[in-house]
Each structure stands twice: as C-alpha cells, then as structure tokens.
Design a protein around this ligand. Structure first.
Ligand code: PAF
Length: 282
C-alpha cells in the first residue's frame, strides 16, 4: 500500500492507473477505522481495479469544536487495517493541503430539501462541510467510483445529488451498515461509550428493528411516538429525532402506504456520545 501526503503524489499515481484504463474506487474516511470502513474497501476492491482511501478529520463538518477535539485519531492502527484489507493507496492530507485557500467555503450548491431534515436540522452547517470536503477530495483523488456507507444515509443522498449537480461521472455506491453481533451500528464514536452507555446504545438499533418488524401494519406515526418514548425511557439516552422519510427525497413519511421505499432514521445522545442509525424499509 502506498501512503501519500500530497495531492500531487497521489494524482500521479492515480493518473498512471487511469491512463491504463483501470477503474479507481475511493473511500473517504475520517480515520478511527472499523469493520464498517473495511466493508467499503472490500466493496471497492470487488468493483474496481484500484482502491484508494483518505484519512482526513475534516474540521469544517464539526458544528461542535469539542466533538472535533474528541474525535478519535488512530492513524497507525488505521494504516495496518487498510494494508490488511488490500487497499492500494491512502492519502493523509493536512488541512492546508485540503484547503489551501482557507476553510471558508467558496462554492454553494442547491441541494434542496435533502440538507434540511434530521442531521441538517440538528447539526447546522454540518453538510456544508461534508459537501465542501467530499468535492475537494474528489478533485484530489480523481476516482471513477465513490464508496460511502448507508450508516450516514442522509450524507449519502446529499453526495449523490452533489455528483448530479456537478455533472460528475463518478459512480456512487452505497454500502450497507455493518453491525456488532448485538445490533449496534459500527461507528468510530462507539469507543467513547462507557460500559453502561454501550448497553444503553442498543436501544437505537432495537427500536428501529422493532418498528420495521411492524411493516406494513399499524399506525406508523404512533409507532414512531412509542419508539421515541421507549428510547427516552432509558436513563442517559436523549433522542434528537426518530423519523421516517422517503429514501429518495428524505421528505417525511407519515403512513406506511405513503412510500414504497422508506428510511427510518434516528439520532440520540447516549451519555456524552451522539450516535446515529437507520434502517431501510421494506
Ligand atoms: O462519513 C465520514 O466519515 C465523513 O463525513 C466523510 C465522508 C469522510 C467526509 O469527511
């Protein structure tokens, strides 16, 4: 695996592959890698000739500076995992390399309603930072394919829309959520959960699963209200949202019959850690 720190070095490598007609899969990450990230590399390797990963803790997408400070940084371990997963190249750019003209966004994109609900409503400015960095990383890496996780479903939808808006030829691939044996969605933040919070965190996936199991019966809105009550009943769990939305538009869905492709999403603070999860229905 080749490790790059500069755009020029990586681009020479990628262009050398693309000129030979090879496809290049790109998995952007912020490090603190786990099996969820490895599934992106696995999918990239199965789909493309060359697999590239980035590790960059993007300061512009953190709306709470304490969250940025606390974000786990485990680069040595990450590199070993990527190597073992068969990743071909990784870039570890500095903030200066990603944002040579400063971090203030210079472009705006009309992403419509997609940025408004759920994470958009609870983390102001978060998606501006995500869009800014993913667009920039795509310019740096020059991939043919982009692999992103379903765990951040709203992020996936927004980046898919961004690619349309900029007429990009990059093909985006959504990789399913990887879960621990007990159902907890894998996340870089899980390592910050105390033993009790780790147990409490199971209420996110179990509530989503319970509501999905009712499909297409029962009153969806009532199920969601009961689900929120169930989650909030656990001491130390504070639900930010539990919402059903259309998978394509992210517009709210009130009744099962309103959409044939629903995503049920939640975010909650468990102790001091903010977690998200979702399920696709049916
Ligand atoms: O999902 C993430 O880890 C980040 O939002 C991403 C896509 C790497 C951009 O910083």
């Amino acid at each position: 695996m080749v490790v790059f720190h500069t755009e020029a070095g990586l681009q020479a490598y990628v262009k050398g592959k693309r000129i030979l007609g090879k496809t290049v899969g790109f998995s952007p990450t912020m490090g603190a890698l786990h099996e969820g990230h490895m599934s992106l590399i696995e999918k990239s390797r199965a789909t493309c000739d060359i697999s590239v990963c980035s590790i960059f803790v993007n300061p512009t997408q953190f709306n709470e500076s304490s969250d940025l400070d606390k974000y786990p940084r485990t680069v040595e371990k990450d590199l070993k995992m990527l190597e073992a997963a068969g990743c071909d190249a990784v870039i570890l750019p500095s903030v200066k390399a990603v944002y040579p003209k400063g971090t203030r966004p210079t472009e705006r994109f009309d992403l419509g309603f997609l940025t408004q609900p759920m994470e958009g409503a609870h983390r102001p400015g978060h998606f501006d930072g995500v869009v800014q960095v993913v667009k920039r990383l795509l310019e740096m890496v020059l991939p043919t394919h982009l692999f992103m996780g379903q765990k951040d479903f709203q992020q996936f939808s927004i980046i898919a829309r961004l690619l349309q808006l900029i007429n990009s030829e990059v093909k985006i691939v959504c990789c399913p959520i990887v879960r621990e044996a007990d159902g907890l969605a894998m996340s870089s933040r899980n390592v910050r959960l105390s033993a009790q919070d780790r147990k409490n965190a199971l209420v996110l996936s179990s509530t989503l699963k319970q509501i999905k199991a009712q499909y297409p019966n029962g009153d969806l809105s009532a199920l969601i209200t009961a689900g929120m009550e169930r989650m909030n009943a656990i001491e130390g769990v504070d639900v930010e949202y539990l919402e059903a939305a259309h998978q394509d538009t992210l517009r709210p869905v009130k009744r099962w019959a309103d959409s044939s492709a629903i995503v049920l999403c939640t975010a909650a603070r468990v102790g001091a850690v903010r977690l998200i999860d979702n399920v696709l229905i049916p």
